[in-house]
Design a protein around this ligand. Structure first.
Ligand code: S6P
Ligand code: ZN
Length: 211
């Protein structure tokens, strides 16, 4: 066949899952060791909920070419570890110049964005809000609501994910915590180590861009 077959993938807002996809993975709380600041609070969650799903991703990948788009949905449980809201691991795309679009469908979420040189943007993503993640921005989603957060996403199929960029910096620059009034606030991450000029230069160079 010369042309790919069009595909309809329904999103079930009850389950937060994509239908007619070909990919599905789950992250349990046990999988998320080292992600949260409050290790004691995390151990307490592990004691009760280690094998429960913290978030899951269902997707459809039509092909692996740059001209293909992966489409999918992330569903995340509501809750906190200590005073820090549940979040995804976060990453930069392995091909760092690949962008992504998120579309809020259910719940109250944040997209935490961090540029390689340490600029921080926090965007609220509720139902029917489109969030554009530009090339080179590290991104993570956070559930600051009291129900499931469901967000659709789409990105070039050859993007890949690099999780190490966050680990190498001791986490992202800020953490999102309960502000004490049921809302959220940013808190500086004391373990954060800024990326060097050489590291940033390499990111741009690897993506085929001069600094
Ligand atoms: C992939 C895209 C999403 C996330 C998903 C889970 O580029 O941004 O599919 O993978 O929301 O987040 P994470 O950070 O654990 O991959
Ligand atoms: Zn991504």
């Amino acid at each position: 066949m010369r042309f790919d077959e069009p595909r309809l993938c329904p999103v079930d807002l009850g389950t937060g899952l994509l239908g007619a996809g070909d990919g599905h993975y789950r992250k349990t709380f046990a999988d998320l060791k080292g992600l949260y600041a409050d290790e004691q609070a995390f151990s307490a969650i592990l004691a009760e909920r280690a094998d429960e799903v913290a978030y899951e991703v269902t997707s459809y990948t039509p092909g692996g070419a740059v001209s293909d788009l992966i489409v999918g949905v992330t569903r995340m449980e509501p809750g906190k570890v200590g005073n820090e809201y549940f979040l995804t691991r976060g990453h930069i795309h392995a091909r760092a110049n690949r962008p992504e679009v998120y579309y809020g469908q259910k719940g109250h979420g944040l997209m935490q964005l961090e540029s390689p040189d340490g600029e921080v943007r926090i965007l609220e993503v509720g139902p029917q809000a489109i969030c554009y993640v530009p090339p080179f921005w590290i991104h993570r989603s956070i559930n600051v609501g009291d129900e499931d957060l469901v967000m659709m996403f789409t990105y070039p199929a050859d993007s890949g994910q690099d999780y190490g960029i966050i680990e190498r910096s001791g986490g992202m620059k800020v953490r999102i915590v309960d502000d004490g009034n049921g809302g959220w606030a940013q808190q500086p991450n004391p373990d954060y180590v800024p990326r060097s000029a050489a590291t940033i230069e390499k990111l741009l160079h690897d993506a085929g861009l001069a600094a």
